[in-house]
Ligand binder design. Structure first.
Ligand SMILES: Cc1ncc(COP(=O)(O)O)c(C=O)c1O
Length: 455
């Protein structure tokens, strides 16, 4: 028999192979959830319409990003290691370029930043420096979720990354309604009572107290105090996520929940994406709660989170930490000071959007469009006189060249609503003007009676 050789043999062999095929239904449930589909859809629409003006992306402003600053920050951090810790060159190299401490190497600087900018006293040992705030969220949820009885309360609509992280951690989220104060406490109490009656354990309540994503709203001081009392009363932790707190309207900032926390109820989740450098992907978590062990010993929750991190990302890139560390050092650990220009851009952009909406949709005019008036942050929520789902987003991109985010993505139930989220954090004034003109044209076209459109 002629041996079967040559290029054809490879083709034949492949034809005989059983190529692996996996079933989505047999992969982790998070992969078939509407949340992962919605993120894909939003990214994909943005890619398909690259010329559309995006009022959808919540990205930081790029105008002040500089490559040169990165090398300068690294140099600053290197000098700090030599001068503050007396490191020789080999130790500096090891700290900045080797695998490193799981909880991070800039924890002392993060603690100083929290003291200087937020009035938060945090033991550096209670801080874990993470790969963005997103990892901090996941580590915390993963640790709190022991069994399917452990659930998370979250004020809805909430940040998509929270819902996604909870799904990855197999943790059910129980939605809590918002009210004029930001949290409907009667609903919170009812949700907790029902959960406990069903044998569930609400372990935490996720909240963005300052200029939330996606609503832009903030909790007033009374509501903050009340939430802390509710956490004690119902025995859950508060997961405070605070990426936008600096970007207020210039009035005195309110204390964070963590700054008000006397009973170690608050796990504080921080991000340097908006205040440091988004591409560095550095965030952190302050987890100063004590965890009792079997033999009477205790450890910090931060050390438990570090155990999970050691199996997930091992440690946060020390090069990235050096960049953020250097930036902190160059501004005496005050990121409020470091972000003076960004704070002005975000404030001006928000004002411009609010004024621009008022000019384009005067009260009493048609289409009847209304919006909330956040006192800071990146986001404004618009209520349209029609349901605005993914199909209309597509229409808006195609016919009017403007993108926005349908609010249903932040409810996680896929039910389209009349609200949309606008973000203008990364746009120039010219782009904002043009984007709002396009948005107004879209709203007019969509709200017009069919006969009028046909004419
Ligand atoms: C409320 C909220 N939390 C966390 C994050 C993620 O932060 P990081 O980029 O540090 O992972 C974002 C990003 O948009 C956010 O809006």
């Amino acid at each position: 028999m002629t041996p079967h050789t040559g290029p054809g043999a490879v083709v034949d062999a492949v034809a005989e192979l059983q190529l692996a095929e996996l079933q989505l239904a047999e992969l982790h449930t998070s992969l078939s959830s509407p949340i992962s589909d919605s993120m894909n859809f939003l990214n994909e629409v943005a890619q398909r319409y690259p010329d559309a003006i995006s009022l959808a992306a919540g990205r930081p402003y790029e105008g002040f990003l500089e490559i040169e600053a990165v090398t300068r920050h690294i140099e600053t951090y290197r000098t700090h290691l030599r001068e503050r810790y007396g490191h020789d060159e080999a130790q500096v190299r090891r700290t900045m370029l080797q695998y490193g401490r799981t909880k991070g190497i800039i924890h002392d600087l993060v603690a100083r930043h929290l003291a200087v900018d937020e009035g938060i006293t945090a033991d550096p040992e209670s801080i874990v420096v993470t790969v963005g705030c997103q990892e901090a969220l996941y580590l915390t949820l993963r640790a709190l979720r022991r069994t399917e009885r452990d659930v998370l309360l979250a004020v809805v609509p909430s940040y998509v990354g929270l819902t996604g992280a909870a799904q990855l951690a197999d943790m059910r989220v129980l939605p809590v309604r918002t009210s004029d104060e930001g949290i409907d406490f009667d609903h919170l109490a009812a949700v907790v009572a029902r959960a406990k009656a069903d044998g569930l354990r609400p372990r935490g309540c996720y909240v963005v107290a300052d200029f939330a994503n996606p609503t832009g709203t903030s909790l007033d001081l009374d509501t903050r105090e009340r939430l802390l009392r509710a956490a004690e009363e119902h025995d859950f932790l508060i997961l405070e996520d605070n990426p936008y707190g600096f970007f207020g309207d210039g009035s005195a900032p309110l204390p964070t929940l963590k700054a008000l926390d006397r009973a170690q109820r608050v796990v504080y989740l921080g991000s340097f994406a908006k205040t440091g450098l988004p591409g560095a992907r550095v965030g952190y978590v302050v987890a100063d709660q004590w965890v009792a062990g079997p033999g009477g010993g205790r450890s910090r929750l931060a050390d438990q989170l570090a155990k999970i991190k050691s199996m997930l990302t091992v440690n946060t890139s020390p090069v990235a930490q050096a960049v953020i560390g250097g930036k902190l050092l160059e501004h005496d650990c005050s990121l409020r000071a470091a972000n003076a220009r960004e704070i002005r851009v975000y404030r001006d952009n928000l004002r411009m959007v609010l004024d621009g909406l008022a000019a384009r949709f005067p009260q009493g005019s048609r289409p009847a469009v209304t919006w909330n008036v956040p006192r800071g942050g990146f986001f404004v929520v618009l209520t349209l006189p029609f349901v605005a789902g993914d199909d209309l987003l597509e229409e808006s991109a195609l016919r009017h060249g403007v993108l926005w985010t349908p609010m249903h993505h932040f409810y996680g139930d896929g039910r389209p609503r009349r609200e949309i989220r606008l973000s203008v954090s990364h746009l120039t004034p010219e782009e904002i003007t043009e984007g709002l003109d396009r948005l107004a044209a879209f709203a007019r076209a969509q709200a017009a009676p069919v006969t009028e459109v046909a004419r």
